[in-house]
Design a protein around this ligand. Structure first.
Ligand code: UT7
Length: 337
């Protein structure tokens, strides 16, 4: 097998979401909001909230363990670990290194985080694919895991109602079957729009002090209206660019798995691509926006429910803080057992 020319495919997926559900009615007791507003503006009915000792590395390890089990693999079969997160357990070491130890992966493999916010899973998938094609690794574990509840401003009704916690994991593998798995991708970023979704303090530029904490400057801040417009435009364009690159039309794609930010964004992107919304599976109602975890959560659900079948074209697309965006076209591959 020549790795540089081999296909890279998703062999297996796994997920983990915390037990605790926070409904819109629960939120209406914390901030001035209501179930109707949240449902009609975002499509979200409830989200999961991690416990105090349930960190992104814990949720990610559970999702990864499930992905390994689904593939009939053991931790020692993994050669590379990439974790996408915007809510790392701690600033350092990486959540990937913490997860590596918790999952009992081999102690000599590279493990690192990718920071691309809600687009993180798409970025990590591409980094993993290219590293497998380098010929140095055979199998990669790519995890999107987030504990947004730890960085939300629970007094800001414009953001705290939108996000939730969870994790999803994918096992990437090389195969010599041609034209399967990841067929093409595109990634992009625009740092000039960084302030549309950001936090002000808590990093090395402005370390947390009692004052920054009192002002909740370590929390996520977002200009929702602006982000909404850009998300629709950039996600539609990203899909179109990958489709053009691969010589595929939108009607040939069986499933679109977009980052789950807002049901109205999904509707608008489906409209721009002239595709029926029934080909856009969504879990927003149950999980809200889980950032880097949202695509693997939605993908795993569509796979587990038997929607995605061998040979289907599947288009993943994301958009998030940075700003960052990206899309990946896959031909779903289920190797013969
Ligand atoms: O994953 C990263 C990407 N993030 C996103 O994609 C998020 C993109 N943005 C959005 O999803 C939407 O812009 C929101 C859901 C955040 C907001 O929806 P909107 O339709 O843009 O609402 P808006 O910001 O224009 O607010 C409309 C009204 C305002 O009141 P006034 O000024 O009209 O009196 C807000 O103060 O709704 C008010 N409002 C709320 N009311 C009840 C804002 N948040 C809430 C709330 N409950 N939680």
């Amino acid at each position: 097998m020549n790795p540089a020319q081999s296909s890279v495919f998703i062999r297996s997926l796994g997920v983990h979401t915390p037990e605790r559900k926070l409904t819109n009615d629960d939120l209406s007791k914390i901030v001035d909001t209501n179930d109707e507003w949240i449902k009609t503006r975002s499509g979200i009915a409830e989200r999961r909230i991690a416990g105090p000792n349930e960190n992104p590395s814990d949720m990610g390890a559970k999702a990864a363990a499930q992905a390994l089990k689904n593939a009939g693999l053991n931790p020692e079969d993994i050669d590379l670990l990439i974790v996408a997160t915007m809510t790392p357990d701690v600033p350092f070491p990486s959540t990937a290194c913490i997860l590596q130890a918790k999952l009992g992966l081999r102690r000599d493999i590279p493990a690192f985080d990718v920071s691309a916010a809600c687009s993180g899973f798409i970025f990590a998938l591409q980094v993993g694919t290219d590293m497998l094609r380098s010929g140095n690794y055979r199998r990669a574990l790519v995890v999107g895991t987030e504990k947004l509840s730890g960085v939300l401003d629970w007094q800001d009704r414009t953001t705290c109602v939108l996000f939730g916690d969870g994790a999803g994991a994918a096992i990437l593998e090389l195969t010599d079957t041609p034209n399967v798995g990841i067929l093409g991708n595109m990634l992009g970023s625009d740092g000039t729009n960084a302030e549309l979704i950001h936090s002000v303090a808590g990093g090395s530029a402005k370390p947390s002090t009692p004052e920054t904490i009192q002002n909740r400057e370590h929390c996520l801040r977002m200009n929702g209206k602006e982000v909404f417009k850009l998300a629709v435009r950039v996600m539609s364009e990203s899909c179109q660019r990958v489709l053009n690159k691969c010589g595929v039309t939108s009607d040939q794609v069986a499933w679109f798995i977009p980052h789950q930010a807002n049901a109205r964004i999904l509707e608008a992107v489906a409209g721009q691509l002239n595709v029926g919304l029934e080909r856009f599976p969504s879990n927003l109602d149950r999980f809200g926006n889980t950032s880097a975890a949202s695509i693997p959560l939605a993908l795993e659900e569509a796979w587990r429910e038997g929607k995605i079948k061998h040979g289907d074209l599947v288009l993943l697309v994301a958009f998030g803080s940075g700003l960052t965006w990206g899309a990946t076209l896959l031909r779903w591959h289920e190797p013969k057992k």
